[in-house]
Ligand binder design. Structure first.
Ligand SMILES: Nc1nc2c(ncn2[C@@H]2O[C@H](COP(=O)(O)OP(=O)(O)OP(=O)(O)O)[C@@H](O)[C@H]2O)c(=O)[nH]1
Length: 684
C-alpha cells in the first residue's frame, strides 16, 4: 500500500484498476463487452459495451449541455439585457433635455429674425422670460466685445472669456452652445446658447440665451428620478465631466467630478453570467447638444427585474450539478463493481485461500490476474482435451461407420444411444430416427423376445453372444449378435451396452454349400461315404435316446464290370447315374441314399418295419433289373441287397455296416439278384 494515496489512484501502477480498465477498454472491444457483461451480472442487469459507451457519453453530454446553457446565457446574458434596459432608460432621460435645448435654439433663431436692433433687447428679454421661465437672460455680444445682458427674473452676469468670445466671433458656425457652467452668483447650473446676428452690414454680433438649467424640467427629471434612486448620472460636455446633483432644497447643482468616468472594461467573472454583481453603465449621446449622458446603476437595482430568471438559472445549474454528481456516483459504483466481482472470483478461483479485501486493490488485482492465468491454462487444457475427444469421437464414428457389421450403443432404458451407418442401411432409417427409440420398436416384438434375455444379461454386466434368424423364411437372414456391457469406471455400473450384429447369412449359405459338396457323390448326386456315415451317426445318436430302430441296406450291382468292359466307363457312369435316379423313386423322401463307391449303393431307413423294408428291397431290385438304355445300347444287370437293422444305442456305425455287408455277401452267394437280412446264425 502506498502512503499518500490509495493505489486506486496510482495510474502509474501497471496493475492498478484504472490502468487495467483503460488498457483493456482500449485494446479490445470484445473485452469491453465481457467487462460490461460481468459488471452487469454483478449489478443484476444486462449490460453490454454500448451501455458503457452511453455511461461515458451521457455525463459528457450533460457537461456539454451545461456549458452550452451557460454560454447561451452569456450570449443573451443578464448583463446584456440589463444594459439594454439601462441604455433605453438613459435615452428616455436624455432625450427631453436634448429636445429642450433644441427648442431654445429654435426660439433664439426665431428671435434673431424678428430682432431689428439691440435697442429692443430688454423688451424681448422680458417677453422671453415671461414665456419660458428657464430663460434666465437674453444677451447680445457686439463685435467690439461688449456684452449686454437683459434678464427677467434673476439676471446673472454672464462671464464669457475673451478668448472664447473671439473664437465665437471668428467662427462661421450658425449656432453656439456653451458647456454647462455654474453661476458664480447663485450657484445654479446654466448654459448659454447663441446664434450670429447682424443689424447692419458692418455690424455683426451674437445674440444668445442664458438658460437656467436648475429650472430645466428635463434636468430636474434627471436629478429627481422616480426610479433607481441609486443611479449616478454624469453629463459629458466639451470634454468636461459634470455630475448632476440634486440638492435638498430641490435645486440642481453641477459638480465637477473625477470619478464619474467609465471604469476600465474588465473580464467579467465566470459566475457573473449567472449571478452578476457589477454595476451597469449606459452612455447616451445627445444629438442636438453633442453632450453625452453617462448613467451608472448599481447591480442590485439594475438586475432587480431579472431576479426570477436568476433563480431559474440557479435551479437549472443546481439540477445540472446534481445530475452530474449522480452520474459520477453511478459511474464510480460501476467502476468499483469489478473490484467486488474480482474479490468474489478470486475467492472462487483460489479455493482455500482468503482473498485480499477489496480495498487492497493492487493485491486483489494481482490475485485475480494469477487466477485468470491459472484459469486460462485450465481452459486451454480443457479445450485441448475437448478437441482431442472430438477427434477421437469422430474417428470412432468413422470407424464404426466403415465397419461392415451393425454396431451401436443401447442405454439402460433399452433405447438406442448410437447406431452406425450399416445399421441405418439394414433398417432403411437414418440414425436420427433410431436414436432414442426402444429396441423392440425397431426389431419387432418377435425378434426382441428372442434377444431380450441376452440384453438383460448384458445389462447385468455379463457379455452375451447369440445367433438368430431374422425375417420371413424365404428372405431370412442369420444374425450373430454380441452384447458387451460398458461400465462406469468409478462405480462399475453398466451405463450402456455395446452391440455388434454380424450377418452370417452368406457365410452360413457357403458353409452349407461346402458341406453339401463334401458329403455328396459327384457322379450321382447322392450322399458319398462321408456324407452317408455322418447321416448314419446322427440317426444313431438321435435314436439312442428313444430306442428307435434303424435299417441299413447295402446294394451292389451285379455284372457291372461287364458293362464297363463292354461299353466303356462312360456308359458305366451313365448307368450308375440312371440307377441312382431310379433309387430316389424307390424310397421315401426322409430315407437317405448314398453311393459308397464303384457300384455299391446304400440306403438308410429310420424304423424297421419289415413290410416297408421288403418293399424297398424289391423296388431296388426292380430298378436294377429294368433295362438301361445307354447310348443306344440296351443293358441288362441286376442287384444284390444286404439288410441289417438295429435299435438306437445297441449298435455302432461300424457294426451295422459290417452286418449289412455280411448280408450282402450272403445275397451274392445265394445267386445274386436278391436281398438278404443279416442273421447272427448266418454270420456265424
Ligand atoms: N464306370 C465306372 N466303373 C467303376 C467305377 N468305380 C468302380 N468301377 C468298376 O466297377 C467294377 C466293380 O467290380 P465288381 O463289383 O467286382 O464287378 P461285378 O461285375 O459287379 O461283379 P459282381 O458284383 O460279382 O457281379 C470294377 O470293374 C470297377 O473298375 C465308377 O465310378 N465308374
Amino acid at each position: 500500500m502506498c502512503g499518500a494515496y490509495p493505489p486506486f489512484f496510482r495510474f502509474t501502477d501497471p496493475y492498478s484498476i484504472p490502468t487495467l480498465i483503460v488498457t483493456t477498454l482500449r485494446q479490445n472491444w470484445h473485452l469491453k463487452s465481457v467487462v460490461a457483461r460481468e459488471w452487469g451480472k454483478g449489478m443484476g442487469v444486462s449490460l453490454n459495451a454500448h451501455h458503457l459507451l452511453v455511461a461515458g457519453v451521457v455525463p459528457l453530454a450533460i457537461v456539454i449541455a451545461a456549458v452550452a446553457i451557460v454560454r447561451g446565457g452569456e450570449a443573451g446574458s443578464l448583463r446584456a439585457q440589463a444594459f439594454a434596459q439601462q441604455q433605453q432608460a438613459a435615452i428616455d432621460e436624455a432625450a427631453p433635455l436634448d429636445a429642450a435645448i433644441d427648442v431654445h435654439f429654435d426660439t433664439l433663431t426665431r428671435l434673431r429674425s424678428q430682432l431689428s436692433s439691440l435697442a429692443v433687447l430688454p423688451v424681448a428679454a422680458r417677453q422671453l422670460s415671461a414665456d419660458d421661465p428657464t430663460v434666465n437672460a437674453l444677451f447680445a455680444v457686439s463685435p467690439n466685445g461688449r456684452i449686454q445682458v437683459h434678464g427677467a427674473q434673476r439676471p446673472t452676469a454672464l462671464q464669457i472669456p475673451d478668448q472664447e468670445l473671439m473664437t465665437w466671433l471668428g467662427g462661421s458656425a450658425t449656432a453656439y452652445l456653451s458647456v454647462p457652467v455654474q453661476s458664480n452668483a447663485t450657484g445654479t447650473p446654466m448654459i448659454a446658447i447663441a446664434v450670429p446676428w447682424r443689424d447692419a452690414p458692418q455690424q455683426a454680433g451674437l445674440i444668445g440665451l442664458q438658460i437656467d438649467l436648475s429650472d430645466e424640467p428635463a434636468l430636474r427629471a434627471l436629478t429627481h428620478p422616480a426610479t433607481h434612486p441609486g443611479t449616478k448620472r454624469c453629463l459629458h460636455a466639451g470634454g468636461q465631466v459634470l455630475q448632476i446633483n440634486a440638492r435638498t432644497d430641490g435645486s440642481v447643482r453641477l459638480d465637477p467630478v473625477s470619478d464619474c468616468s467609465p471604469p476600465a472594461p474588465a473580464a467579467a467573472p465566470w459566475l457573473d453570467h449567472l449571478f452578476p454583481v457589477g454595476d451597469v453603465t449606459a452612455y447616451v449621446p445627445l444629438p442636438h447638444t453633442g453632450w453625452m449622458l453617462e448613467r451608472t446603476t448599481p447591480a442590485r437595482e439594475a438586475f432587480a427585474p431579472f431576479r426570477a430568471a436568476q433563480a431559474t438559472l440557479g435551479i437549472v445549474a443546481l439540477a445540472i450539478l446534481a445530475i452530474s454528481l449522480g452520474t459520477a456516483w453511478w459511474l464510480f459504483r460501476l467502476l468499483m463493481q469489478p473490484l467486488r466481482e474480482l474479490q468474489r472470483l478470486t475467492a472462487l478461483t483460489e479455493p482455500g485461500t482468503r482473498p485480499p479485501p477489496a480495498t487492497e486493490i493492487t493485491a486483489l488485482t494481482d490475485a485475480f490476474r494469477h487466477s485468470l492465468i491459472h484459469l486460462r491454462r485450465r481452459v486451454r487444457l480443457v479445450t485441448h482435451a475437448c478437441d482431442h475427444a472430438t477427434q477421437v469421437a469422430e474417428r470412432a464414428t468413422l470407424t464404426a461407420d466403415l465397419f461392415p457389421d451393425l454396431a451401436g450403443l443401447i442405454g439402460p432404458d433399452r433405447c438406442f444411444i448410437h447406431v452406425n451407418k450399416p445399421h441405418e442401411a439394414l433398417f432403411g432409417k437414418p440414425a436420427s430416427a433410431i436414436i432414442g427409440r426402444p429396441v423392440h420398436e425397431l426389431w419387432g416384438h418377435e425378434s426382441f423376445a428372442e434377444m431380450e434375455p441376452f440384453l438383460t444379461q448384458a445389462l447385468q454386466g455379463s457379455a452375451a453372444t447369440f445367433t438368430m434368424r431374422h425375417g420371413p423364411p424365404r428372405t431370412a437372414r442369420w444374425l450373430e449378435t454380441t452384447y458387451q456391457p460398458v461400465l462406469t469406471p468409478e462405480t462399475g455400473d453398466v451405463r450402456a451396452v455395446h452391440f455388434r450384429v454380424r450377418d452370417l447369412t452368406t457365410e452360413r449359405h457357403n458353409a452349407l454349400r461346402l458341406q453339401r459338396e463334401v458329403q455328396t457323390d459327384a457322379l450321382t448326386g447322392l450322399l458319398n461315404r462321408r456324407g452317408f456315415n455322418f447321416r448314419l451317426e446322427r440317426a444313431l445318436a438321435r435314436t439312442s435316446g428313444d430306442g428307435g430302430a434303424i435299417t441299413l441296406m447295402y446294394v451292389d450291382l451285379d455284372r457291372f464290370k461287364e458293362v464297363n468292359d463292354t461299353y466303356g466307363h462312360a456308359v458305366g457312369d451313365e448307368l450308375l447315374r440312371t440307377f441312382a435316379q431310379r433309387l430316389t423313386h424307390a424310397v421315401r423322401s426322409n430315407d437317405a441314399l448314398g453311393r459308397l463307391g464303384g457300384d455299391e449303393f446304400v440306403i438308410l431307413i429310420e424304423g424297421d418295419e419289415a413290410a416297408y423294408t421288403d418293399r424297398v428291397a424289391r423296388a431296388v431290385l426292380a430298378c436294377a433289373q429294368l433295362s438301361f438304355n445307354l447310348r443306344e445300347h440296351w443293358v441288362e444287370i441286376g442287384a444284390s441287397i444286404g439288410i441289417a437293422s438295429g435299435r438306437g444305442g445297441e449298435k455302432t456305425v461300424h457294426q451295422l455296416s459290417e452286418e449289412a455287408d455280411a448280408a450282402l455277401y450272403q445275397a451274392k452267394r445265394d445267386g445274386k439278384n436278391c436281398f438278404r437280412r443279416f442273421r447272427i446264425s448266418a454270420a456265424a
